[in-house]
Design a protein around this ligand. Structure first.
Ligand SMILES: O=C1O[C@H](COP(=O)(O)O)[C@@H](O)[C@H](O)[C@H]1O
Length: 271
């Protein structure tokens, strides 16, 4: 498994002391290798978080590359090293569709991985669907999720301690359901409804950039030539795209295949 890595200054600042956290860029040969490498990292990250805190809180993402990562976790023998009953799972965003809809990020994650793991169902926290307790009102669903997050937050805070946020990157540079130029990109959250999403379906719920930024580590994962322009723009700065604005407190890592890295600044992508 070959890997190329470069550390760069983060394209935006968010640390309390005003410092700019370093981001790393890791480029793998193709989407298959990328998925396996991210799966391996994910297992190790969960093990490390459990060793440090007893539990691990992971924020899942949706989309094609995420599904490939989830399948790779399932296929990895190392997955049995994890005590999955002590993993708390959250979602960074959700397509506001009925429970079980194949387009829901929750459904995709469950089918690719979660249904095959010995998870504690009380620790799995999907975003509410429109056929849930609040009906077809995404603002109420977002408020319910915010309350659920706050219930698991330390010290009366708004959010749990997120060890890791996984993010896909859209062709337009969106992350979770934070779309460039959409009012959601200015929300301070922690959770909000998205109406008129430029990508179907039009109704969604999402964690905001400030909420995602509370995570210890943020990994942005992208594969394929369709992502090259957005990845290149996000890594070139200024930090206008949502993908460029999100940072982990300790670590931000861009995990790419070579096609997605094609327009990244050359000094970040060694040959
Ligand atoms: O709609 C969404 O799309 C993005 C990116 O998905 P991909 O298929 O282009 O990898 C995903 O990160 C987000 O969670 C999802 O709601």
């Amino acid at each position: 498994m070959s890997e190329r890595q470069r550390a760069i200054p983060g394209p935006g600042a968010h640390a309390a002391d005003g410092s700019v956290p370093a981001a790393a860029v890791v480029v793998h040969a193709d989407a298959g290798v990328l998925a396996q490498a991210v799966a391996a990292r994910l297992i190790v990250r969960v093990l490390d978080a459990q060793a440090a805190r007893g539990t691990a809180d992971v924020v899942l993402t949706g989309g094609r590359v995420a599904a490939a990562v989830y399948r790779a976790v399932l296929a990895s023998p190392a997955r049995d090293a994890v005590d999955w009953s002590r993993v708390n799972l959250w979602w960074g965003d959700e397509r506001f569709l009925p429970a079980g809809d194949p387009e829901r990020n929750e459904t995709q994650a469950r089918e690719a991985l979660l249904d095959s793991l010995p998870l504690d169902s009380a620790r799995v926290h999907p975003m509410p669907p429109p056929d849930g307790p609040d009906g077809a009102d995404p603002e109420l669903a977002a408020a319910r999720y915010a309350a659920e997050l706050a219930r698991h937050a330390p010290d009366g805070g708004a959010l749990p301690h997120f060890d890791l946020v996984l993010l896909g990157v859209g062709e337009d540079g969106h992350v979770a359901s934070v779309f460039p130029g959409h009012p959601v990109s200015a929300e301070t959250g922690p959770v909000c409804a998205v109406r008129d999403s430029p990508k179907p379906p039009p109704l969604r719920t999402t964690l905001t950039i400030p909420a995602l930024d509370t995570a210890d580590e943020v990994w942005l994962i992208a594969a394929g030539p369709d992502k090259a322009e957005a990845v290149g723009a996000a890594l070139s700065g200024p930090a206008l795209l949502p993908a460029a604005r999100v940072h982990g407190v300790s670590r931000t890592v861009w995990l790419l295949d070579r096609a997605a890295a094609a327009a990244a600044p050359a000094h970040l992508v060694p040959s």
